[in-house]
Design a protein around this ligand. Sequence first.
Ligand code: PLP
Length: 424
Amino acid sequence: MTSTFDVRVADKNFVWHPYTQHGLPDVPIAIASADGAHLVDTSGRRIFDAISSWWVTLHGHAQPQIADAIAQQARTLEQVIFAGFTHEPGARLAAELIARAPAGLQRVFFSDDGSTAVEVAVKIALQYWQNRGEDRRLIAALENAYHGDTFGAMSVSDRGLFTDPFATKLFEVARLPDPVHGDVVGALEQLIATRGNELAAVIVEPLLLGAGGMRMWPAPVLAALRDVTSAHGILLIADEVLTGFGRTGPMFACEHANVSPDLMCLSKGLTGGFVPLGATLATEELFAEFRSDDRTRTLFHGHSFTANPIACAASLASLALLDDSCVARRSAIEREHRGAAARLSALPGVANARVLGTVLALEIEAGRSGYLSEVGAALRRYALDRGVLLRPLGNTVYVLPPYCATSTDLACAYDVIADFVEAQ
Ligand SMILES: Cc1ncc(COP(=O)(O)O)c(C=O)c1O
């Protein structure tokens, strides 16, 4: 790249950004590099990435072991079609994921990101019943759920601002109440009583409805959902795209409830947040319904970059870093979060400060609530001016840092939130 290249001009003229209203005055910040828990902009200013860059950066930016693994894999085997071929990073990663996953999960189907991991889970669930000769096509999903932006993932996500323009193109789902305040188990039992023979699967974000507002729900409810689905032979899909790899404490949020789902979706932290990769884990029972000499029973799904070796190598390096010292760092973050939640709760205008593992969330009670709340955008700008990246979901503020974040980094984020609230 030549030194005369102006990233802002090229960006302004040629780029269309995600979840961005280009008619508003906000200009994207040009980032030149990153290390650890910090981004560095083109003027050299450091910004604490308190949201792990959309929840992906696990250990830290530019983590050396992952960077080396990527470089080495790129020089050895950068890509090969994964139909009819296999490779060590892919096979090894599948084995390593299964070794860590809840008991019963046995097969890994790779894809590109969180949305495609969900698409694959939904397709496996629906075709499983078709392959068995049973007409079950209904999926149940939670109120306030978010599972991604592709059409299947939007269908199982709650309907609203993000999905409204596509409402007529989304498939029907049975909507169960948000387990934070509703009787989701009772509602599922009622659904089974009326439409149980149509019900193929229930999909949940275990213990944490992420984009729906960092809504934390109790482990016993997840365990009860598993009991009810198991008792009726209905599949349970755990979307651990956000919660996987220690975000909520244990490796997977399902572990809080000692639950083994039939399908589990992974992405985001899967590669340590370096490169895109999705994975859908399935039980052998599900896999067996596809294995046949009848080719029509095949799962006809795949992506050009399925099990990309570079992404798999990054993921293997990231998994190796999820050791005991990482557990200790996550516990330290949780302790800091708990202290901050107590402190922030005492401020007028702060409601419902809560912690689940490395996630701290709270609501700011000012103006309108919901995703378009002005408070969120104002706090985002305020925090950036103070060198902290926050991206509130409307008036829901959260801190979800890379595991290398220090107590000084975290204190910066908490202080920014406190100062902002006090200035309201
Ligand atoms: C629980 C959950 N599932 C799926 C997705 C979609 O992932 P992606 O943005 O990688 O498609 C997200 C993204 O935030 C998520 O939080």
